[in-house]
Design a protein around this ligand. Structure first.
Ligand SMILES: Cc1cc2nc3c(=O)[nH]c(=O)nc-3n(C[C@H](O)[C@H](O)[C@H](O)COP(=O)(O)OP(=O)(O)OC[C@H]3O[C@@H](n4cnc5c(N)ncnc54)[C@H](O)[C@@H]3O)c2cc1C
Length: 346
């Protein structure tokens, strides 16, 4: 087992921030993963599973334990019938090429999730979603390694307890399961899910039909690019974690109180509750697009994205995030919570 020491983590993240991993190991199969976890157990080390680093804020001190990056590849069709295909992607398959592969085969169900960085194995963790679609709609099974029982365990969709940017893996049993593969049930020859008004308008204007999965994928990518939400080394607004804050969901009673302060604020039904726009709250609390805080700031294209302007530190990001949270709370009486995972901050 070749464990590296003192490996810089910032280059392995999309925001480009964070100190080193004390120990680092790349696992190419489940036995190597198991071996690495056993070693960490013997050495009494904490473990962090790193995917594509697109939803992380790693502390400036780094991670004082073992970082394991999986290198599990392969896409396999498990079964198909007239209407559906069951397709399994290993955890380290990059997400967007997997979406492209599905779209090229005429398999519907993930096309609105085009242009999102990261690995397929990370998608169930926060129930990745965008433009009116999320992975909980198509995930059939998740194969994991259970770090407590030390065996491989399969989850059905229902077991994953998916919610808005949440799942069993993120919210209830954090760090217990390492995702090895994800099986999606996609619709053969199906049409695209066009629920999101902005996407609907964009495709209508260009005459793209919902049956044209590739056209819808291209539309989603074009919309995302305008917002700096597709990684582009030439665009500093994409040196980020994507949206840094989740849209807050409040009760109907809380909404009544909120509406007295901000009757014009956009709001959407979310079950029995009300979802607010974090971007609107942030901008109206005084943090507009392009806001600067030292070497970090907000994207000039999207007020939800915290960016590294060059030489930024995790300490600066944390300061900015606290400033925004406090001002939103003070102005609107609403809590907004970060979406990325904070690593190495204790
Ligand atoms: C420009 C940009 C746009 C984005 N747009 C969106 C968007 O539209 N919608 C959206 O939902 N997200 C979006 N994101 C966030 C991010 O891309 C997704 O959350 C993605 O799924 C994270 O994948 P990753 O492989 O990079 O995970 P990482 O950032 O490496 O890890 C994230 C978390 O998942 C855990 N994890 C990763 N792999 C595994 C595994 N195999 N087993 C167990 N745990 C694992 C990690 O331990 C960590 O807790 C965006 C990010 C960027 C930079």
């Amino acid at each position: 087992m070749h464990v590296e020491e003192n490996v810089p983590l910032a280059p392995l993240t999309t925001i480009g921030i964070g100190g080193p991993a004390r120990f680092f190991f790349r696992a190419t199969d489940v036995d190597e993963l198991r071996e690495a976890l056993e070693w960490a157990r013997e050495e009494n080390l904490r473990v962090f599973i790193l995917g594509g680093g697109s939803n992380l804020l790693i502390s400036d001190a780094g991670f004082d334990g073992l970082v394991i990056q999986l290198d599990l590849r392969g896409i396999t069709v498990e079964s198909e019938d007239a209407g559906h295909v069951m397709v399994k992607a290993a955890a380290s398959e990059p997400w967007d090429p997997f979406v492209a592969y599905a779209v090229e085969h005429g398999w519907a169900g993930v096309e609105c999730l085009s242009g999102i960085p990261g690995s397929t194995g990370a998608t169930p963790i926060q129930n990745v979603g965008a433009y009116g679609q999320d992975v909980s709609e198509t995930i059939a099974r998740v194969e994991t390694y259970d770090r407590v029982l030390r065996i491989v365990v399969w989850f059905t969709n229902w077991d994953c307890r998916f919610g808005y940017r949440s799942s069993l893996f993120k919210n209830y049993e954090r760090d217990r399961y390492v995702v090895l593969s994800v099986t999606f049930r996609l619709r053969r020859g199906g049409s695209a899910t066009i629920r999101y008004p902005e996407l609907q308008k964009f495709v209508d204007e260009r005459g793209v039909s919902a049956d044209d999965l590739m056209g819808v994928r291209d539309a989603v990518i074009a919309i995302r690019k305008r917002k700096g939400m597709v990684i582009d080394p030439a665009d500093p607004d994409t040196r980020s974690d994507g949206s840094f804050f989740m849209n807050p969901v409040i009760t109907a009673a809380q909404y009544e109180e909120f509406a007295q302060r901000a009757p014009q604020a956009p709001h959407f039904p979310s079950g029995d509750e009300v979802k607010l726009s974090a971007a609107w709250l942030i901008e109206h609390a005084g943090f507009g697009k392009g806001f600067v805080h030292g070497n970090v700031g907000l994207s000039s294209k999207h007020s939800l994205a915290v960016i590294n302007r060059g030489g930024g530190t995790a300490a600066e990001v944390v300061e900015l995030v606290r400033m925004i949270q406090e001002k939103v709370r003070e102005t609107f009486g609403v809590e907004i919570h970060p979406e990325p995972n904070f690593i190495g901050f204790d």
